[in-house]
Design a protein around this ligand. Structure first.
Ligand SMILES: O=c1ccn([C@@H]2O[C@H](COP(=O)(O)OP(=O)(O)O)[C@@H](O)[C@H]2O)c(=O)[nH]1
Ligand SMILES: O=C(O)[C@@H](COP(=O)(O)O)O[C@H]1O[C@H](CO)[C@@H](O)[C@H](O)[C@H]1O
Length: 343
């Protein structure tokens, strides 16, 4: 695995992060162009690959993502065996657009009935895992504007070449695009303002992840079916924390996928995402006895939505229940005989 260009600035190099993290950053960081589809097809052998795309109201982008996967990674090179779009209660034509592009499509709430419905992105991913069979599973968001086949190639590279790697996170430059204005590295706002500071405080071993909340990642099925999936937007941060505890830092790798632009949510919406991530982190701290929560934090988030009225600004008090729940490891719902975490 060639190391990607990540250097430690000399003046900070010994500011406390363990040599384990610095070493991991060097030998477990790669670039998508370290591999080609042709090379990975040769290495794949009998293993099968599934791509799962969670999609809620993504009719404008999901079709191109699916077509790119089908053309480059199923027809030109048989690297991917199955691409599934999980229609997550879309109110637009996501399901039709995805099917016309050549994806299998399932409605989130039809998978694993009669289990009671849960909600959000984490639920869509868990249901996507349940509705597929690939030995290696790649998750790709459905709202990407510049998705390329190299995203999938890069994420599969470590899994097909290093048996010690169980889970691979993508990273990228993340511009924040607002109309014609582009902040070259302004994206990943919840990552930079919430997730990274809290992960550095409590799980410094995860400090080497360039994009801990990246929506593009891949893993071995037997591992993914052995960990919980937190609902809504807690899913990614919980995966990192749970897998660090179970498999250790060496089970992770990260791959530079280049650039990622996507549909940005409003600050209001990201406030709710941030709350769900904080609730997830506090839950994990509480579970590991590192933060004794005398009283559970409230899951209610009060926000203010301002609007202009004839007689001046009106602020609407908007309260959202951020409660995140959790799907258990899939193998406990659908036994596979595989062993899982000792906890
Ligand atoms: O209830 C949900 C919320 C989100 N998503 C999908 O999960 C991906 C990431 O969500 P989003 O774009 O809202 O998060 P962001 O990238 O803005 O953090 C997208 O493909 C969404 O369509 C989903 O399937 N169900
Ligand atoms: O990284 C982030 O801060 C958020 C928001 O990104 P932007 O500020 O809209 O670029 O996006 C990520 O977080 C979500 C929660 O983990 C993931 O589900 C998304 O896939 C990822 O895009």
């Amino acid at each position: 695995m060639d190391t990607t260009r990540i250097g430690l600035s000399a003046d900070n190099a010994d500011l406390g992060f363990s040599s384990r993290v610095r070493s991991w950053l060097r030998h477990r960081s790669a670039r998508a162009d370290d591999w080609t589809a042709s090379e990975l097809c040769a290495l794949k052998g009998e293993r099968t690959v599934t791509v799962v795309i969670p999609a809620r109201d993504e009719e404008r982008t999901v079709g191109r993502i699916v077509k790119t996967i089908r053309t480059a990674l199923m027809e030109e090179y048989p690297l991917v065996d199955d691409v599934l779009v999980v229609d997550s209660r879309s109110r637009d034509n996501t399901a039709r657009v995805a099917a016309e592009a050549g994806a299998r499509v399932v409605a989130q709430d039809t998978v694993l009935q009669p289990l009671p419905d849960m909600h959000g992105k984490g639920e869509a991913l868990w249901k996507g895992l349940a509705a597929t069979t690939g030995d290696l599973v790649v998750f790709v968001d459905g709202d990407l504007y510049d998705f390329t086949a190299e995203y999938v190639i890069g994420l599969l590279g470590p899994l097909l070449t290093d048996p010690g790697v169980d889970y691979v996170k993508g990273f990228y430059q993340r511009p924040l695009v607002h109309g014609s204005q582009v902040d070259a590295d302004g994206g990943g706002r919840v990552t930079e303002l919430v997730a990274r500071p809290l992960l550095n405080m409590y799980w410094p071993d995860l400090a080497g992840f360039v994009q801990p909340l990246a929506g593009e990642y891949a893993g071995r099925r037997e591992v993914l079916e052995s960990i919980p999936f937190v609902t809504h937007y807690g899913v990614e941060v919980a995966h990192l924390i749970d897998l660090l505890r179970w498999r250790g830092l060496e089970a992770f790798a990260q791959v530079d996928l280049g650039m990622r632009t996507h549909r940005h949510q409003s600050t209001h919406a990201l406030g709710q995402m941030a709350g769900q991530i904080m609730l997830t982190i506090m839950d994990r701290l509480d579970r590991s006895g590192r933060l004794v929560v005398a009283e559970p934090p409230s899951a209610l988030l009060a926000q203010f939505r301002r609007s202009e009225a004839a007689d001046g600004a009106v602020r609407e008090w908007v309260v959202t229940d951020l409660t995140v729940r959790e799907r258990p490891p899939l193998r406990t719902v659908r036994p596979t005989g595989r062993s899982g975490p000792p906890w």
